[in-house]
Design a protein around this ligand. Sequence first.
Ligand code: GTP
Ligand code: MG
Length: 203
Amino acid sequence: MTIKNAQFITSSSHHTQCPAPDKPEIAFIGRSNVGKSSLINMLTGRKKLAKVSSKPGKTQLINHFLIDNQWYLVDLPGYGWAKVSKSDRSKWGEMIHDYLLERKNLLTIFVLIDSRLPPQPVDTEFIEWLGENGVPFALVFTKADKQSHNKNQSSIARYRKYLKNQWEVVGPIFLTSSAAGDGKEDVLNYIAHCIDISPEISS
Ligand code: GTP
Ligand code: MG
């Protein structure tokens, strides 16, 4: 799949404010600064579609982008940002958990993981929550350009092992670099596959 057109639609602080759930939807999440917005720009081929910042916590709301008039791509705010207050953290939890549980057109969520780090509790706890609540997900390892091929492979192997200890089936895993454009086709093809096999969605 190639993306021809991508446009920002709206930012929402609650799932009920999101656009009508009348098109398939794919969301991206992960800890602050992991590279969600950068990956969205890489996938859509638009440098400034989603706002990128070296300062964590840039994305604070549920951001909908309409892709080729056919599906929604969603940039979600990051978790695990140390400077966030407890009340902001619980607000984040409520907003994201409600969205993930209630959004009926959501086909899958990509959980982004920094390929340089061993499994971190903020990530593994979130992944466990997804598993327990039956939210389909795929893992995307980001910033592959920042370390060697071998280190990337051992990071992925370590995660796979961790996931296999939790569940019988391990979902798809992708390795990407927004800086180098790596993994673009794999991720887009997987999105196309999810849309292909989804039941027809209507509002
Ligand atoms: P929040 O919106 O704060 O949750 O962050 P985010 O996950 O959207 O991260 P963002 O895309 O804003 O990127 C954070 C920083 O990482 C920026 O300085 C990016 O330039 C950098 N970055 C993102 N992806 C890559 C990558 O693949 N390679 C390299 N080298 N840097 C990257
Ligand atoms: Mg962002």
